[in-house]
Design a protein around this ligand. Structure first.
Ligand code: XLS
Ligand code: NI
Ligand code: NI
Length: 433
């Protein structure tokens, strides 16, 4: 252990009656839920950017935290990696995620930045080998540096497009080398600030060609993980092209990539898009596009993407219900794309934020599993659509409009409304959460 977390022992499961703050009350990695260990269901990951790189800034003020590894040197990056793996060991969760810019200092040239990244990934490789911590996904930060202000793949300047291509290649290379389970693309600057200077058609074409190259490169290097797009409607761009699940699906279909790319769905982004988390998950599952989740929450009052740690069990249960109903994660998992508030200065705050969130996820998962095992919701859903189980009803989907119309008159059809039972269903859910 380095200095920063030295007073904190690894967190263990102590059961719901424990009054130890530094213990899991609900997250028991070995507990079997629907035939699978809890750890293998949730596949929890720490987000390097929020937990190690974020310094406490908000739009009105700068750094508030005082962590010993801050700085733009390789030594600082190595100290950060030491602290990161100490945190992972304390929490005992199996995965982490990172952007290139979280882990290495920017170089004076592209080549130097890439060498810095490679060198830190050597450090990661040794630590991962020693500790067993794995990489859930890698990604490129193509939104913080000023060069990306007008976008990466959708930039009006072709040299920026080239720089973006080289950046993603470098990040895919290290993700592959570290045996990452997925590679994520989130396009915070792939969008616009004003339509007055934007050629929408051209930018979409660029984004489609770019993603096609990413998929081709994945196959070229034999990367076995999934390529995931993370939808978000806005922030930092006024409008982001990967608006929500439905929009991204349309984009992938347009470029013939719907069988190559899946989605990383974030709670806060779903809310920003005017949806619920479970809506985005259910839609992605129905399209066979559900890859992974970024677990966090927004402040519902401020309307911003505040990236807070989850603390609402009923909401989390409904999210995991969709995940379990879709068969659970394969390459994906639960990444805490969440940061402590800027007044939460202490190492304990960082650790306990994760401990609380991990317990929330464990309770949500168990509640979701109990709902599925009970089967009541699925039974009522099936009853609602039972009419469509009849072969003649299904045949109608291939029948012409005029033939259906003729039948309605011939049979003198007079369909009667039936209850949607919403309150009964909501009450049913409350038995489990
Ligand atoms: C920002 C995104 C970002 C992605 C990774 O809102 O959530 O953190 O998850 O680039
Ligand atoms: Ni986000
Ligand atoms: Ni995210």
């Amino acid at each position: 252990m380095t200095g920063y977390f030295k007073d904190i022992a690894p967190i263990r499961y102590a059961g719901p009656d424990s009054d130890d703050e530094f213990a899991y009350r609900h997250y028991d990695p070995d507990e079997v839920v629907m035939g699978k260990r809890m750890e293998d269901h949730l596949r929890l990951a720490v987000a390097y950017w929020h937990s190690l790189a974020y310094e406490g800034a908000d739009p009105f003020g700068g750094r508030t935290y005082d962590r010993p590894w801050y700085g733009d040197t390789m030594d600082a990056a190595r100290a950060k990696a030491d602290a990161a793996f100490d945190l992972f060991a304390i929490l005992g969760q199996p995965f982490f995620c990172f952007h290139d810019a979280d882990v290495r200092p920017e170089g004076d040239s592209f080549a130097e930045s890439r060498r810095n990244l490679d060198a830190i990934c050597d450090v990661f490789a040794a630590k991962m080998e020693k500790t067993g911590t794995k990489l859930l996904w890698g990604t490129a930060n193509m939104f913080s540096h000023r060069r990306w202000m007008a976008g990466a793949a959708t930039n009006p300047d072709p040299e920026m497009f080239a720089y973006a291509a080289a950046t993603v290649k470098a990040c895919m290379d290290v993700t592959h080398r570290l045996d990452g389970q997925n590679y994520v693309l989130w396009g915070g600057r792939e969008g616009y600030e004003t339509l007055l200077n934007t050629d929408l058609g051209r930018e979409a074409e660029q984004a489609g060609r770019f993603l096609t190259k990413v998929v081709e490169y994945k196959h070229k290097i034999g990367f076995k993980g999934a390529i995931l797009i993370e939808p978000k409607p806005q922030e930092p761009a006024k409008h982001q092209y990967d608006f929500d699940v439905a929009t991204v699906y349309g984009f992938l279909k347009r470029f013939g990539l719907e069988n190559e790319v899946k989605l990383n769905i974030e709670q806060g982004h779903a809310i920003l898009a005017g949806h619920s988390f479970e809506h985005e998950l259910a839609l992605a599952a129905s399209l066979d596009m559900l890859g992974s989740i970024d677990m966090n929450r927004n402040d519902y009052q401020s309307g911003w993407d505040t990236d807070q740690f989850p603390n609402n069990v009923p909401e989390t249960a409904l999210a995991y219900y969709e995940v379990l109903r879709a068969g659970g994660f394969t390459t994906g998992g639960t990444n805490f794309d969440a940061r402590v508030r800027r007044q939460s200065l202490d190492p304990e705050d960082l650790v306990l934020a994760h401990v609380g969130a991990i317990d929330v996820c464990a309770r949500g998962l168990k509640a979701a599993a109990a709902m599925l095992e009970d089967g009541g919701l699925e039974r009522m859903r099936a009853q609602r659509y039972a009419g469509w189980d009849r072969p003649e009803a299904r045949a109608m989907l291939n029948e012409s409009l005029d033939s259906i119309a003729a039948r309605v008159e011939a049979d003198n059809l007079d369909p009667q409304p039936v209850s949607g039972r919403q309150e009964r269903l909501e009450t049913w859910v409350n038995r489990f959460v």
